[in-house]
Every structure is written in C-alpha cells, then in structure tokens.
Design a protein around this ligand. Structure first.
Ligand code: ADP
Length: 535
C-alpha cells in the first residue's frame, strides 16, 4: 500500500500540470481568435473607409461634371443667348433665341421653362402665365439682384419652393432691369442622367478602369430633399457617404446633396485583397472545437488517472495476495524441517496446507499471466467440442481442497449430455476463478452448486453460492479489469479485480456469453458456450 500511496501524489500533480497546460493552450487559442476577430474588424473598417473615400471622389467628380453640364453649357450659355437677344433689341419673352442659334444654344435653352424680364417702369413680365407667388418672388428677387454691384458673379441662381415643390430661377442684370428664366426640372434630371451615363466617375488609374458607373449607387437631391436623379435603389448602407454641395459656381447646386455608395463587389478591383470576408463562423467554430477538445482531454485525463490508481492498487493487492500463502508455506516447511510435528496426521495436515497454498499461488500467478497475456498476445486456444461434465467434475475435485478449508461443500448438478466447444485450459481457468470467488465472498460452511445444462445451440455452466450477491447496479462493472465492489475496500477479503475480467475475456474468445444473476441470497454466475466456437 505504501508504494501506491507514494506514487499517487506525483501522478496527481502530473495530471494537474497537464490540466494547467491544457487550460493555458485553450486560453491562448481564445486570445488568438479574439485577436483575429479584432484584426478582421479593423481591416474591414479600413477597407470600408477606403471605399467611402473613393465614393466621395466619385461624388466630387459627379458634382463637377454636373456643374459644367448644367451650369457652364446650360444656364450660362442660355443667359448669354438671352443677353445677345436683348442687345439686339429682341423681346426675349417672345423670341428667346436668335435665328442663327446653333445646336449648343438650343440645347441650353431646353433648361428654361419660362422667361421673365423685370423693368422698373413696367414691373415683371413672363413668357407664359404664372401664379401670383411666382410673380411676387421674381419681382422681389429682381430688386435685390438689381442692387448688386456689377463685378459680383454675373449670374444669380435662386432655389425656392412653391406649395412645397422645389423651383429654381436664374437671374441676370440687363441694361434696363433684370431678366432670367425658370428652370425646367425634368430637363435638369435628364442632364444629371446624362452625366451619370457618361465617362466613369472614378479615375481610370484606379482599378485600371475596371470599376464603371454601374458599380455605383448615386442619388442627387436638392436642398428640399426632392430627388432630381437616382440610380437603382439597393446599395450596401455601410458604404454610403453623402456630400452636401456648397455655393460654388454661383450656388447652382447650393445645399444639394449627392449620396453615393460603391458596390461591395467592386471592392475586389479597388482594394488589394478586396473587402475582408467575415470569418466569424470559422472563428466561432474554432472556439467551440477548442472547448470540446479541452473537455475531451480532461475526460481522458480523468480516465487515465482512474486507471493509474486501479493499476497501483492492483500491484499492491497482488503483492499482498502472494505474501500470505508464501508466509504460510514457509511457516509449515520450517516446522517440518525442525521436525516439530508429533503425529503423522499433523505432518500430513501441514503438507496439505502447503499443497493448498501453493495451488492458490499458482492460480493467482496464472491469472496475472493470463491477464497480461490478454493485453499482449493471448495464448492460442485448443478448441475441442465435447461434453462439459467430465472436465467440470475434474476441476471441482481439484478445487475441493480449497473449498474444504472454508468448510464449503460443492455439489454437482451435471447434465452429461451437454456439449459445447471449449479449450480445456480456458474452461479450467474460468471455473477456478468462479469457484475461488464463491468461496472467497461466501460464508464459511456454505453450499456451492456447480451446474452444467444443455441449452439451445450449446451448454451452460453455472456456479451458485450463498454469499452476499452482486447489487444490480454493479453487475456490469464487475467484469472490468481491476474493478472491485466498493464494499471490498473495508472487508478484509484480498483480491486483485482481474479474476472476472479474465473470465469475461475467455468467454468472449470462445464466442460465448457470461452474466451474473443475483436474488435475495447468493450470486449465480452463468457461462454460456456455443457448440461451435467462433474463435
Ligand atoms: P477479485 O475477486 O480479485 O476482487 P474479481 O474480478 O474476481 O476480482 O471480482 C470482482 C469483484 O466482484 C470482487 O471484488 C467482488 O466484489 C465481486 N464478486 C465476484 N464474485 C463474487 C461473488 N461470488 N459474490 C459476491 N461478490 C463477488
């Protein structure tokens, strides 16, 4: 026992060290996963920022081109045409364009819905009827425009609303007043559409022109929130950026905004490595796997530890079991040598004890050998088919000596006809183990019944004792190596826990079954062997 007690703490502390190491490794994995999640998130944030920057670039370019299209070749061109007409003394309300107007001039004129001219003497006049709101607005603004110094920006563009609808007016100073036009917003939308349908907004140098405007979502709306132009409706909202236009270019788009988003699918071409994929599921799976592996390792360690403990208990028990018969044998031999026995009967009894104890020793050593054989290579069977009864009777006779020592009687109930396939040595070993247990765990003076019966396809061998029996919950476990019932820990009955494991192994190799039945009194161990061995 001392040996095992000695070994236990070192084994326990080794297990503890392994647990700590495992926990450490698991923590390391968790830390790495966490790191990976953080890195992925920051990569994604960077990539998103880059895409948004490109989006802003495209929005700036769109605004610039829209200003050129609508402003320079639109409003300005048209105002210039109107001024030319005025200079020539034409009535721009009736004849906004001269007879020689070219395509560009005509195109610019399409942006005008109606024209007006405001003179001090006659007030505001319009090329077509207008509401009083419009008239009042134009009259009032014309006054402000007229009061401006001439070197200020020549053109004044006013955004306003009537009945909640956005309207845009363009004013310019004439020699005898103020003239201008109201913008046709549907044409404005067409022009913006034209800009978008034109050259790619992102510079060619980016992604070698691989990202065209079809990879962009763009919405252009005025200061009133009215949408003037929009591409499709779906976009990745996290990539959306909005640019609000300042008063550049005479405030042509003052307060208007461009909302833009580059398609995530275009990221591949714009950013090296594209938009980092979310690897969260993979990482979570890694975490899960780590936890599972950790748990599995702990379980395995626990089993290992239990096995280790059983082994060391086993070694202690075997040593103990060897020591007792050896001590007895030695004592009787010494007495014989000193010729201390007086009668021949005493001498004979001493020799009987020596015989019995040496038989027990052989039995024990056989078991251990058989058991280590099971773990290594088992000795081959010499399987023979025949009646069990003669063999069983022989083994019981052999054992009687040991049974007598406990005053136990062994009765035979043998069916001479019962046949099965068996190996002599294996059958002997099984029976000896079962008988040994019956004597060991049963009370002195008990009746043990060994039976052989015919059954369908083979024979049945049984050993019934009058001992304490086996609790139902333990009837499976007793067949495990090193397993002993808990009650044996307090009882003084020596054992190694391998006897039944040896029996189970032999029976399995003969293709049979073994089990235990236990009622109010005693246990019955039953071995069933088939007529034709499968081994
Ligand atoms: P050992 O007898 O060396 O302890 P075994 O493998 O032969 O090992 O038996 C395992 C356990 O099963 C024993 O420790 C004992 O608790 C129980 N056992 C075996 N045979 C009997 C029996 N006939 N009656 C009561 N308990 C038994």
């Amino acid at each position: 026992m001392t040996g095992s007690q000695h070994r236990m703490p070192s084994g326990a502390s080794r297990s503890r060290l392994i647990v700590v190491l495992l926990a450490f490794v698991s923590l390391l994995v968790l830390a790495l996963v966490w790191q990976a999640i953080q890195t992925a998130a920051s990569n994604r944030a960077t990539a998103t920022r880059v895409l948004q920057d490109y989006g802003r670039l495209a929005a700036d370019e769109f605004t610039r081109r829209a200003m050129v299209n609508v402003g320079y070749t639109g409003y300005f061109a048209h105002i210039n045409a109107l001024r030319r007409q005025l200079d020539q003394g034409a009535d721009i309300l009736l004849q906004p364009l001269g007879a020689l107007a070219d395509d560009e001039v005509r195109r610019a004129a399409q942006l005008a819905r109606l024209h007006f001219i405001v003179r001090e003497s006659v007030g505001a006049q319009f090329s077509s009827p207008v509401t009083s709101d419009v008239e009042a607005f134009v009259t009032e603004r014309a006054r402000t425009v007229a009061s401006r110094s001439l070197d200020a920006t020549p053109l004044v563009i006013e955004h306003t609303q009537f009945d909640g609808r956005s309207q845009t007016f363009v004013f310019e100073i004439a020699p005898d007043g103020v003239f201008g036009f109201q913008v046709d917003r549907s044409v404005l939308g067409e022009r913006l559409n034209e800009v978008f349908a034109g050259d790619p907004l992102l510079p060619e140098s980016l992604a070698r022109g691989a990202v065209g405007n079809d990879s962009l979502y763009l919405e252009f709306s005025d200061d009133n929130g009215e949408v003037l132009f929009s591409t499709r409706s779906e976009y990745d909202s996290y990539l959306l950026t909005t640019k609000v236009i300042d008063d550049a270019y005479s405030g042509i788009f003052l307060g208007h905004s461009v909302a833009i988003a580059i398609d995530a699918s275009a990221a591949e071409a714009l950013i090296i490595g594209g938009l980092p994929q979310s690897r969260l599921p993979l990482l979570l799976a890694t975490v899960l796997l780590t936890v599972v592996l950790f748990a599995a390792a702990l379980l395995q360690l626990r089993r290992e530890y239990a096995l280790m403990k059983m082994r060391s208990d086993f070694v202690a028990e075997v040593s103990h079991e060897l020591r007792t018969p050896l001590a007895q044998i030695r004592m009787f031999i010494e007495t014989l040598l000193l010729e201390r026995f007086e009668t021949a009967d005493d001498k004979r009894r001493a020799l009987e004890v020596i015989n019995r104890e040496s038989q027990r020793l052989i039995h024990l050593v056989d078991n251990v050998l058989r058991f280590s054989g099971e773990n290594g290579k088992a000795p081959p069977f010499n399987v023979d088919s025949g009646p069990l009864a003669p063999m069983v009777a022989r083994v019981v006779d052999e054992f009687r000596l040991l049974a007598d020592a406990a005053d136990s009687t062994i009765e035979l109930e043998l069916d001479e006809e019962a046949e099965a396939a068996f190996d002599e040595d294996a059958l002997r070993r099984m029976l000896l183990n079962l008988l040994d247990n019956a004597v060991k765990y049963g009370p002195d003076g008990q009746r043990i019944v060994v039976g052989v019966q015919s059954v369908d396809g083979g024979a049945r061998l049984s050993v019934r004792d009058q001992g304490p029996g086996i609790p139902a919950a333990e009837r499976e476990k007793i067949w495990d190596a090193y397993y002993r019932l808990p009650r044996e820990q307090d009882a003084a009955i020596a054992g190694t826990g391998i006897g039944l494991a040896v029996v189970a192994d032999l029976v399995r190799r003969l293709g049979g079954k073994v089990w235990v039945e236990s009622g109010d009194e005693g246990a019955t161990f039953i071995v069933e062997l088939p007529r034709a061995a499968s081994a």
